[in-house]
Write a protein that binds this ligand. Structure first.
Ligand code: ADP
Ligand code: GLC
Length: 484
């Protein structure tokens, strides 16, 4: 099938989190199944810099086009490259006003929150490119709210355009809590017929809600783990859309994310000072030693290192770590944290990092190479998420023999089997349920106790490293969704 992917992030070109990882790796697995995939993404400053740095070829596709919709016109320049390491075409939509910004999700230079306008433009530009390049998708696979208007455009008459005659839409929810909500005045911006301003389309309690519109009008809807798929049907985790989701249960499926097994492989990872696999776990110690040196901390194989790599936002639960940070250190841990996000969390963690300078290191920022070294060098990886649609970090950690300590929510509960003293035949990590700092502390303490027992620890490590998190199985499930 001809599949068009539209996403706000694609790794390694520009990402802030797992959305990028998925859209950079799932297309490869789909290609292996025989699908013909084209990926669309905005040409952010980060993307431009990625090409400048890597020297990878990037070509203009056609003269700059004027995209006109509703009362708007804006220019789109299309650039073409291949998804790194593949021959899968990736088409960039460039427009300096919208995408040449400090961060991927920055507001306009004058402070205007123009998120809806930027991504509406992106969606319109994807459609226009398919027309001009005669790309005839069987499936338009849209990811998260940024591309949520595409299924609505498809529903609203686009199928009369020859390129879209056969097209069906699949909408994947990577994070239900970002819905692209705007005030009712923004509806005019979409250029959609007035009938879409209704509770069975874009309108949600008087606001404009792109995520809701896509859930209702896409032909198929998926999310990124089976457990999160169940959780978001409840008011607790449904972010106001649980009722909407229950009503579309017939076209909804939770498919566990895979990981790019080439990029995330301790045996070949170029970011690690030493490579290893489950048969040579001793080498992992050398990665730990180098990481501690980088953090300017003392190395001892006996001291458990708890690492974390995360966006620092409420979702990720690091507010639970703050009150017990000192206790984990008192219990014998070293803490290594890499993250960026909300200033309050950044400041609080940076403060604790300074205060316990001889036992902890906090790096504020986004650094993919360092992230790899933390997955490789830490003994444990902490993910205290309040909610977690899938989570990729725990899978990277498992692959690297680093034992996850997680809050058992969403995809974390689908991938981490907590050790409870009776299930060493299957366990691969540690977990807790209540979103409570004490629970986090206890689970970490339990992990530290077991860390002292070399044989148990090795068994836990081996279980994770032998697990198959590659995309193959999940890609087959997407294939089934496409066929449906
Ligand atoms: P989410 O998408 O919600 O942030 P995931 O676990 O799905 O969570 O994916 C997170 C991805 O982003 C991983 O690839 C992780 O390594 C990466 N990441 C998050 N924060 C940072 C950071 N500060 N530096 C480098 N990589 C990061
Ligand atoms: C989102 C979720 C994360 C998931 C990722 C990729 O960013 O927060 O849990 O792994 O999307 O699907």
């Amino acid at each position: 099938m001809r599949v068009v992917f539209a996403s706000a992030e694609v790794s390694p070109i520009a990402k802030t989190g797992g959305l990028g990882d998925v859209c950079g790796s799932l297309p490869k697995a789909l290609q292996k199944l025989g699908h013909d995939v084209v990926v669309f993404m905005p040409f952010y400053r980060q993307a431009r810099q990625w090409f400048e740095k890597s020297g990878a070829p990037l070509h203009p596709l056609m003269p700059t086009q004027v995209i006109a919709w509703a009362n708007w016109i804006a220019e789109a320049t299309y650039l073409r490259a291949s998804l790194p390491g593949t021959d899968i075409p990736i088409v960039f939509v460039a427009n300096d006003f919208f995408f040449e910004r400090d961060q991927i999700y920055s507001d306009a230079p004058d402070g205007w929150h123009d998120y809806l306008l930027r991504y509406t433009f992106f969606c319109r530009a994807v459609i226009r490119a398919c027309e001009l390049l005669d790309i005839r998708p069987d499936v338009l696979h849209c990811h998260d709210w940024h591309t949520a208007l595409l299924p609505l455009y498809l529903d609203s008459g686009l199928r009369s355009v020859p390129q879209f005659q056969r097209a069906k839409s699949v909408f994947t929810i990577h994070n239900l809590n970002y819905q692209g909500i705007a005030g009712p005045g923004a509806f005019a911006l979409t250029g959609l017929h007035q009938r879409y301003w209704a509770p069975d389309a874009l309108e949600h309690y008087g606001t404009l809600n792109p995520m809701k519109g896509a859930i209702l009008l896409a032909n198929q809807v998926t999310t990124v783990s089976p457990n999160y798929g169940r959780e978001i049907m409840t008011p607790q985790l449904g972010a106001g859309l649980d009722g909407v989701l229950r009503s579309i249960n017939y076209k909804f499926l939770g498919i566990l994310n895979g990981i790019d097994a080439d990029e995330w492989n301790p045996l070949t990872d170029p970011h690690l000072p030493v490579n290893y696999d489950e048969t040579m776990l001793r080498e992992k110690t050398r990665v730990k030693r180098a990481l501690l040196k980088e953090a300017d901390l003392k190395f001892s194989q006996k001291t458990p290192v708890i690492g974390a790599v995360s966006r620092l936002v409420g979702q990720k639960g690091f507010q639970l770590l703050l009150p017990v940070f000192d206790r984990l250190i008192a219990a014998g841990a070293q803490l290594l944290i890499l993250g960026s996000g909300e200033p309050d969390l950044e400041n609080a963690l940076a403060y604790l990092g300074e205060r316990f300078r001889d036992r902890a290191k906090v790096w504020l920022g986004f650094d993919n190479a360092l992230a790899h070294r933390i997955y490789g060098g830490a003994d444990m990886l902490l993910m205290p998420s309040i909610y977690e649609p899938c989570g990729l970090n725990q899978m990277y950690a498992l692959r690297y023999g680093t034992i996850p300590i997680v809050r058992l929510t969403g995809g974390l509960a689908d991938t981490v089997i907590p050790y409870d003293g009776t299930n060493l035949d299957v366990a691969n990590g540690f977990g807790f349920v209540a979103a409570d700092p004490r629970e986090l502390q206890l689970a970490s303490w339990l992990a530290m106790l077991n860390f002292k027992d070399g044989a148990t620890w090795k068994t836990l490590q081996t279980h994770g490293m032998e697990q198959d998190f590659s995309w193959e199985r999940s890609a087959r499930q997407y294939d089934e969704v496409y066929r449906r």
